[in-house]
Structure formats: structure tokens, C-alpha cells
Ligand binder design. Structure first.
Ligand code: AMP
Length: 544
């Protein structure tokens, strides 16, 4: 059938089919990811029926990879990375070398040259970032020690992949049995390290100052849309520049863009703003992997495929062994999360085939092993969980560091003021004059410090979340003032508060008539429409 190459068709078919098959997978008690992969196989070039443009899907998937890695970087401070360097640097180097050697062994079996086997092995030694991140995020392990090791391990693999990609072209003649061009090799290496160093310095010096202050500026304009745009521009812009100007992989560039922002108080908001887009595009990543897969290889090359897949699993085993030797507690989870291959393997395979240092027959094997390993990854997690339930649960994960714990109030008969801005600030001041007990909920930047300095009891966080609202003891409160300007969030707060205490008097703030109706319908006793009150105050002046 004819290939659909319009962007809109790729999005409609890619996302639509992923949605349908993801739902089916969920109903069958399988991870939705399996459905996304199957959607890719279905619209790929190797199966009959609808076909969508592979190149376009890959490009869209790349957006997902960028946003995903950006999000990971936001959670990850340079200190986190440094804290695991003693494990991940030697570990990842040794593991890639071990899998490379296994590749040499397999190459010997396939009657390839040693160099071809080595490149084959290296292709099988690098895990897919997207799969690792999904696995860690699904199990809430991103902030745990093991999560940090897995991410650090990936970063080292990623950097080594960049190096391999750089040294392959000058080394190719030697690998093919000719003479090595040492000068070209030294030049390529020097050039790469130079570019990496410039990228690092630029990110550190300019990125750490210019980008956070630009985001602060935008945050203070109060436009959510502009802030969202700013976050997207930073993530995509840095990743693109990293890849095209500095030769750093696009995923690593996005990771660094996130990491330099991780120290900024705005990072949490940046992460939330990029979330919805990130999830949609990450789905396309799995669709694009599925599209590359030719199911025929399962029948035509079953043994070779089994050997390739076994090497990928052996890589996971090597990680487990290395972590064990290095004294890391409960290493199975990190090993399982890294026991699969994806985007980096495809890139390396393409470059290797192009240079003639990897036989063309290796490519379908690598793609086949990739899809099998991604497919079976959730199963491996389940097996690991059955063997050692404590290892896969997140009960060892320390709570995220950045957010202070929410301490429930001991106040009773108190007023709760949500928002300590222009409106809430005045209400709080008045309550203080009255000597009435009260509590403020505020999630703005620097609010906790201001409220502590003013000696006001407060809870820091978004009042629309259950954890924050529950801590305010609404059951025994006297009154609730929802003094925030955003009616959607205010509606959520009113609704939850009404459920928590049906008798609680709730006063809310609105700016449009429709918002008044909305908030009243959700349970507010009195909704004050700011603009109406301003108008009436202005009229009173003219009458005076
Ligand atoms: P203003 O419009 O000047 O009265 O400011 C509103 C205040 O409410 C700001 O300080 C915001 O940080 C705060 N705010 C907005 N939404 C929420 C929320 N969902 N939870 C807690 N505080 C909020």
C-alpha cells in the first residue's frame, strides 16, 4: 500500500493506533508499551496494510527523546551524577568491553572478521534511554540510589557511544585490514574532545546563568503559555545545538539542558510544563522502533537472532555482576532496566554498515534483538520482582529531596487562606489583626521563606493536591478562603474541600461570571468576582 508521508497522517495513525493497541495491551494485563510497539509493526514497511513514513515518525520520536531526557535532567543535579561516578564510569566501560568481546565471539560463529564482531558487540552494549526512563519512572525509582546509578550508567554509555561513532570513520580502513590513518584518528579525537569541552564550558557558564534568569523573567510575566514555550525552546534548542554544533548526542544534550536547570527553583514547574507533550512524543518513539522491525527475521534467522538476544541479556548479567562486585546493594533492578537495546544501537549499526565495518546481515539482527528486549523488559522486571520483591518496590527510595515534607497542622477552629498574593496577603493581614488562628497555603517561589520570616503558619505546595489540602485540617477549620486567580485550580480546591467538610464555609475568588457559576456549582458558598467589586468601589467614589 502507498506510504502516508504527511505529518498529520503520521500523527493521526501513529498516535491513534498506539492508543488503541495500548488500551488492548492494558486490558490483556500487559504494559501499554507492548501495544505501542505492535502499532509500529503494523504501520511499518514490513507488514501489509497501512504504512506511514518512517523518517517522519523517527523525527517525531526524537522530539520525545529530547523532552524525556530534558525531564530526567531536571531531576538530576550534577552532584547526583558525581555521587555515582565511582560505580558507573568503570562499570559501564567494563560492561561495554565485555559485551564487545561477546560480539567478537558471535562474529566468529557467524564467520565475520574480528573487527566486525567487535562493532556488532558494541551495538549490543548500549541501552535505550527511553526504555530505562520509562521503567524507572513507572516504578518511582528516579530519585533512588539505584535510579541514579542506572541514569549515570546510561550517561557514560552515551558518552562512549559518541566516542565510538567518532573514531569509527578514521579507524574503518584499519578495521577492514588496511593501514590505520593515525593522524586522522588523533585529529578526530582531538576535535571531538575539543567540541565536548566547549559544549561543557558553554553550558556551565552561560547555561547556568542565562537560561535560569530568562526563565525567571518569563515566569514573572505571569504567562503560562510563554513559560511553556520558553521551556520547550530551551529543551529543543540546547539538544539541537548539542547535536549539530558540538557532535554530542541529541539525548545527552537535552539531559544537560535539564541538569543545568535542576538547581533552579523553577525546575519543578519546567518539568510539569513539558510533561504532556513529552508523554505523547515518547509513545511515538516506541512506534518508530516497531516500524523498523521485520518479523520475517524471526523465521529466517531464528538461531542468529537468539544468539544476538542472548548477548543483550548477557550485557544485563554483566551489569549485575559488576554492581555486585562493586558492593552495590540490590543490583538486579539496575541490571534489568539496562538489559535492552534501542536507539543508540540503531545509530551505531547504521554508521558501521555505512563504513563497511559491520556486515549488512547484522542490522536486522540488531533491530530484532532490540524489539525483543524492549518487549520482554517488563517481563524481566516482573521476574526480578518475584525473585526479590523488596528490590523492585520503591520502599528503599528516599523521598525526593527538593520538596520539604508536608507537616499537618495542629490548628482547629482556624481559617485557611489559599494563596498569599495580593488578595490572600490582605486577608491574612486582617486575620492577624483580629487575632484569629489561621494558616496559609502557598506554592509560589520563595513564599516559604517570606511566610516563615513573617511568622505565619503555612503549608508550601499546590493546594489542589490531596497531600497539601489534607494537611490543612479542613474538617476542623472555621472557614476557607480560596484567594488564587486561576479558576480551574480554584475549582479543584473547592470541590475537594467541600468533600472533606460539607459544612465548611468556603469563599472563593473569580474574575469572570462563568467562573462564579463554576465555583458555586462545585460548592463555594460565596464567590467574589474581583472585577465587579472593583467596579462597585469605583462607582462609590464617583457618587461621593
Ligand atoms: P495574587 O493573584 O497576587 O493574589 O496571587 C495569588 C497567589 O496564589 C500567588 O502567590 C500564587 O503563588 C498563589 N497560588 C496560585 N495557585 C496556587 C495553588 N494552587 N496553591 C497554592 N498557592 C497558589
Amino acid at each position: 500500500m502507498e506510504e502516508n508521508s504527511s505529518l498529520i497522517i503520521v500523527l493521526v495513525i501513529g498516535l491513534g493506533l498506539a492508543f488503541i493497541l495500548g488500551t488492548v495491551a492494558q486490558r490483556l494485563r500487559m504494559p501499554p508499551l507492548v501495544g505501542y510497539l505492535m502499532a509500529g509493526v503494523a504501520v511499518g514497511p514490513f507488514t501489509p496494510g497501512v504504512r506511514v513514513d518512517q523518517g517522519l515518525t523517527l523525527q517525531l520520536a526524537e522530539v520525545g527523546v529530547i523532552l524525556l531526557m530534558f525531564g530526567v535532567g531536571l531531576h538530576f543535579s550534577p552532584r547526583d551524577l558525581m555521587s555515582v561516578r565511582r560505580v558507573v564510569i568503570p562499570g559501564a566501560i567494563l560492561q561495554m568491553a565485555m559485551v564487545g568481546l561477546l560480539g567478537v565471539g558471535a562474529g566468529w560463529w557467524f564467520e565475520w572478521t574480528m573487527a566486525q564482531g567487535l562493532v556488532f558487540g558494541l551495538c549490543l552494549s548500549v541501552a535505550s534511554t527511553v526504555v530505562v526512563m520509562r521503567a524507572l519512572a513507572d516504578r518511582r525509582l528516579m530519585d533512588s540510589e539505584r535510579g541514579r546509578i542506572a541514569i549515570g550508567w546510561l550517561v557514560v554509555q552515551d558518552l562512549l557511544t559518541v566516542l565510538v561513532l567518532v573514531v569509527l570513520p578514521p579507524l574503518a580502513p584499519a578495521l577492514k585490514g588496511g593501514t590505520m590513518n593515525a593522524e586522522a584518528l588523533a585529529e578526530a579525537l582531538g576535535f571531538t574532545f575539543g567540541k565536548l569541552a566547549i559544549f561543557g564550558v558553554l553550558m556551565w557558564v552561560i547555561g547556568r546563568r542565562a537560561i535560569p534568569s530568562m526563565l525567571h523573567y518569563i515566569a514573572h510575566t505571569g504567562s503560562r503559555e510563554l513559560f511553556r514555550l520558553a521551556v520547550l525552546s530551551v529543551a529543543l534548542g540546547v539538544a539541537f545545538a548539542a547535536a549539530h554544533l558540538f557532535g554530542v548526542s541529541i539525548a545527552l544534550g537535552a539531559f544537560f539542558a535539564g541538569m543545568i536547570l535542576s538547581g533552579s527553583p523553577l525546575s519543578q514547574r519546567a518539568a510539569e510544563e513539558s510533561l504532556p507533550l513529552r508523554d505523547a512524543f515518547a509513545v511515538l518513539f516506541f512506534v518508530s522502533v516497531g516500524m523498523l522491525f521485520n518479523p520475517v527475521v524471526l523465521l529466517s534467522e531464528p538461531i542468529a537472532l537468539a544468539i544476538t538476544f542472548a548477548i543483550v541479556l548477557a550485557g544485563g548479567l554483566a551489569i549485575w555482576g559488576l554492581l555486585h562486585v562493586m558492593g552495590v546493594q540490590q543490583p538486579a533492578l539496575v541490571a534489568v532496566s539496562l538489559a535492552q537495546i534501542g536507539e543508540f544501537s540503531f545509530i551505531m549499526a547504521d554508521v558501521g554498515t555505512g563504513l563497511g565495518v559491520l556486515p549488512p546481515a547484522a542490522r536486522p539482527l540488531i533491530l530484532g534483538a532490540s524489539i525483543l528486549s524492549i518487549f520482554l523488559n517488563p517481563l524481566l522486571f516482573a521476574l526480578a520482582a518475584r525473585a526479590r520483591p523488596d528490590e523492585v518496590a520503591d520502599n528503599h527510595a528516599p523521598k525526593p529531596k527538593k520538596k520539604p515534607a508536608i507537616v499537618p497542622t495542629t490548628l482547629t477552629g482556624h481559617a485557611v487562606v489559599v494563596g498569599y498574593g495580593r488578595v490572600g496577603g490582605l486577608i491574612a493581614e486582617n486575620l492577624r489583626h483580629q487575632g484569629a488562628p489561621y494558616l496559609v497555603i502557598e506554592d509560589g517561589e520563595g513564599a516559604a521563606e517570606r511566610l516563615t520570616a513573617a511568622g505565619i503558619e503555612h503549608i508550601t505546595g499546590n493546594a489542589a493536591t490531596d497531600a497539601v489540602l489534607n494537611a490543612a485540617n479542613l474538617q476542623e477549620a472555621r472557614i476557607l478562603y480560596v484567594a488564587i486567580p486561576e479558576a480551574f485550580e480554584a475549582g479543584q480546591i473547592v470541590e475537594k474541600a467541600r468533600r472533606a467538610n460539607p459544612a465548611l464555609p468556603i469563599v472563593a475568588r473569580a474574575h469572570f461570571d462563568a467562573e462564579v457559576d463554576h465555583l458555586a456549582a462545585l460548592g463555594a458558598d460565596k464567590v467574589v468576582m474581583g472585577e465587579r467589586e472593583i467596579a462597585s468601589a469605583m462607582l462609590q467614589y464617583s457618587r461621593a
